[in-house]
Write a new protein. Sequence first.
Length: 403
Amino acid sequence: MRLQNIPPEYQRALPILKKIEHAGFEAYFVGGSVRDVLLQQPIHDVDIATSAFPAEIKEIFPRTVDVGIEHGTVLVLENDDKYEITTFRTESTYQDFRRPDHVEFVRSLEEDLKRRDFTINAFALKEDGEVIDLFSGLVDLENKVLRAVGDPHERFHEDALRMMRGLRFVSQLGFELDEETFDSILENHELLAKISVERITIEFVKLLLGKHRQQGLEMFVQTQCYLYCPELQNAKEALLRFANLTDKQIHKEVHAWVLLADQLGLSEGEIRPFLKSWKCSNDLIKKTQAVFAGLQFRKKAFFTKQLLYTLGEEQALLAEELLPYFDRTPQLEKVQQMYQELPIFSLRDLAITGHDLMTAFNQKPGKWLKDVLSACEEAVIDGKIENKKEKLLEFGRVFLAEY
Ligand code: ATP
Ligand code: MG
């Protein structure tokens, strides 16, 4: 099959392929971008595979960076673009069900394509638009089937992460798992225990953000892969509920975690340990906690000024955006307006400082100071007093008299 319209991303990269071929080697577009072009979807990264060894690539191009030379990948800088060019390779002696313990550079495209995970990820596209399809990936694309290249059992033993990748492609593309591939994942799902949590998390998040999340989550449950993911051993029902929530696609990672935590029935305090087990960053954990808290409140009532102040505008809006998953209409503008009308946005905006209070009341710092400041903050946000120094001092005086 020959591609009629070569997309602009490939057009720009064609001179790279030509230069490599000029030097007497083969070069092709490979990987996910070829799949996406054939599916008429936008492409993100243009990967190039070549028979030239890394040293040979570096002789052809004046500007290169060794980004992963031990795996055969050289980054080529041409004009304003960057391309990862990877030497054809085979991956051998997988001893631990995860990544090869060594890669071998080869001159054969076929050897390179054979080590790829699924038939729809194992195309190569020639400079003239010819699609090289050694494993009937085009038929699988047409039938919307996700099939391991070669013997699925062997492929999942080589790298168990491929099972999670398979499930996330189901979710992203809405494809069915080929029967033999499905059976093999079910049979081998325990091998996921060998895979680092970080690699699993990347695929799981992509699964949750997929357009066909329902299908992806159902397969995640049916293949039993969930049993080997952090803290999901008892989550079968919750995952199926999540699958059936609505078919509205999730676009933000924080939303995915909040909805998952909600379906799992976690309390606010359980979110940190849960996300720690998935090795999420502290920033993401904090954000998830805040949005989760906002959502729980928002399911029952509209935000109060205090809560908006505590959450901050960004997090309040992120919580608001989740209402459609619960058949409610978000009121983003109302949230924004209410936030903008807050008299202060942080303690720094208060017309009084700790220093002012210590001087006025001639006292050393202590718990009292924090308590007065919090009380002032709260009263100002609620509009009980104006944010003016004299008013706040007077308020402080009364507060301390009763302290
Ligand atoms: P995405 O669109 O999300 O980037 P992708 O298919 O391009 O999906 P990448 O992780 O970018 O995924 O990998 C590029 C290509 O490398 C894949 O299409 C596949 O051919 C091959 N590949 C990646 N990971 C594996 C793996 N674990 N086992 C076998 N082949 C893999
Ligand atoms: Mg990719």
